[in-house]
Design a protein around this ligand. Structure first.
Ligand code: ZN
Length: 175
C-alpha cells in the first residue's frame, strides 16, 4: 500500500484519501492471495508513516517473487474528466508480464473508465527492488467515474480481486 501516516497521498472527491483507499484494497489483496497459498508481506498494515527505502528493503530481504505497489491517482487540478487505470513497470520481461496480467484483470472489472495502459516508469520502489515490480494506479480519486466508485467497499472488492487474480496469473506463468 502506497503512502500512509502524515502522507495521505492524493485527496479526491469529498475528501477521499488515497492512503485509506489503497490500504483497504491492499489488505483485501493480501487476504485473497493468502487464501490461495501465496505468502504475502505487507510494507504496512495500518495508517503509518513509511519512507520508500524501507519498503524496498523489506521486499528485497524477504526474497519476494513479485513486488506490487498499490496506488490511486489524482490530477493536480482535480479534473473530473480524467479517469482510468494504469500499471507501471520499470524493466525486464517479467516486470512487463506482471504489469500486463494485473492491468488486464483490472480492466475486466472497471467498465467505462479508460485503459491508460501498461507503461515504463522510474518510480523509486519499482526501480530499486530486485524482483519483478509494478506500481498499479487503480483509478483517479478526483475523477467523476473512478472517484465515487473507489469510495465504495464493493468496488474496492472488485479491484482487489482483479489485482490478486493478475498476480496469481503471473505466478502461474500466464503471459
Ligand atoms: Zn500514490
Amino acid at each position: 500500500p502506497g503512502h500512509g501516516g502524515p502522507d495521505p497521498g492524493a485527496i479526491g472527491i469529498k475528501g477521499l484519501r488515497e492512503t485509506d483507499v489503497v490500504l483497504d484494497i491492499s489488505l483485501k489483496v493480501a487476504q485473497l492471495l493468502r487464501s490461495k497459498g501465496v505468502r504475502v508481506s505487507l510494507t504496512r498494515k495500518i495508517d503509518v508513516d513509511l519512507d520508500l527505502p524501507p519498503r524496498v528493503t523489506l521486499a528485497n530481504k524477504v526474497g519476494a517473487n513479485a513486488f506490487v505497489s498499490i496506488h490511486a491517482n489524482a490530477t493536480r487540478t482535480s479534473r473530473r474528466d480524467v479517469n482510468g487505470i494504469e500499471t507501471f513497470y520499470f524493466s525486464g520481461p517479467r516486470g512487463l508480464r506482471l504489469a500486463r496480467n494485473i492491468q488486464r484483470e483490472l480492466l475486466r472489472v472497471t467498465p467505462k473508465t479508460s485503459d491508460r495502459g501498461v507503461r515504463r516508469s522510474r518510480f523509486f520502489v519499482i526501480r530499486r527492488t530486485t524482483m519483478p515490480a509494478v506500481l498499479v494506479e487503480t483509478g483517479f480519486i478526483t475523477g467523476k467515474i473512478d472517484g465515487p466508485r473507489l469510495s465504495t467497499s464493493s468496488y474496492r472488492d472488485k479491484i482487489s480481486f482483479a489485482i490478486a487474480k493478475g498476480i496469481l496469473n503471473y505466478l502461474r506463468g500466464k503471459s
